[in-house]
Design a protein around this ligand. Structure first.
Ligand code: FE2
Ligand code: FE2
Length: 190
């Protein structure tokens, strides 16, 4: 097994997502206050949410962790797996709306600011709630029902996902999360 258990690896990814979400909250405040924010920074957030948060992180959960739990008797529908899967889909739809709001903002539409602020805040509400449910409800359940062999197999499959995505994806997005943490304090021009 790698240094981290599969559950610890997912928790570590949550920490990266939370950094970006914290940046989104600050950016929403700045935009609401009339400050201009770099469109490229906003676009990099969409890329992060689509690639790191959805393809890499939610992908591991939906395609690997959830089926492993189902094989140990956790129901596919209802709470918690059905609800969490619905939230992943809701997140995908909301990220598409954010991408559209950024395009409108980039075109200097007067109404664009309010929509962009709303989209950033909606996502910044969804993710922490979702992460809380996973860390306090789903992951303790997973540790209880998955055998050590199940966890070993999951860790290997997570490695395959990393390999497919390219190991540099993690590094690149972790850098973006740190950059965002710094930039939110000094962004002032589009
Ligand atoms: Fe999730
Ligand atoms: Fe998660």
């Amino acid at each position: 097994m790698s240094a981290l258990t599969p559950i610890e690896a997912l928790e570590a990814e949550h920490r990266v997502i939370q950094k970006v979400v914290a940046g989104m909250v600050v950016l929403a405040e700045k935009i609401e206050a009339g400050e201009d924010v770099h469109v490229s920074l906003l676009e990099s957030i969409v890329e992060f949410l689509r690639t790191f948060a959805d393809r890499c992180h939610h992908g591991k959960e939906e395609a690997l962790l959830f089926p492993a739990l189902q094989s140990r008797g956790v129901p596919a529908h209802g709470c918690p797996l059905g609800g969490l899967t619905m939230e992943h889909q809701k997140g995908r739809d909301m990220v598409s709306e954010l991408a559209q709001a950024i395009r409108t903002y980039a075109g200097n539409e007067p109404s664009a600011r309010a929509a962009l602020v709303k989209n950033l805040r909606d996502l910044a509400t969804l993710y922490p709630n979702h992460i809380w449910k996973e860390e306090y409800l789903l992951f303790p359940l997973a540790v209880r029902v998955l055998t050590l062999e199940d966890q070993q197999l999951l860790a290997e499959k997570f490695e395959d996902v990393e390999h497919e995505l390219g190991h540099e994806v993690h590094e690149r997005f972790e850098k973006l999360a740190s950059k965002l943490e710094l930039e939110v304090s000094g962004v002032n021009s589009r």
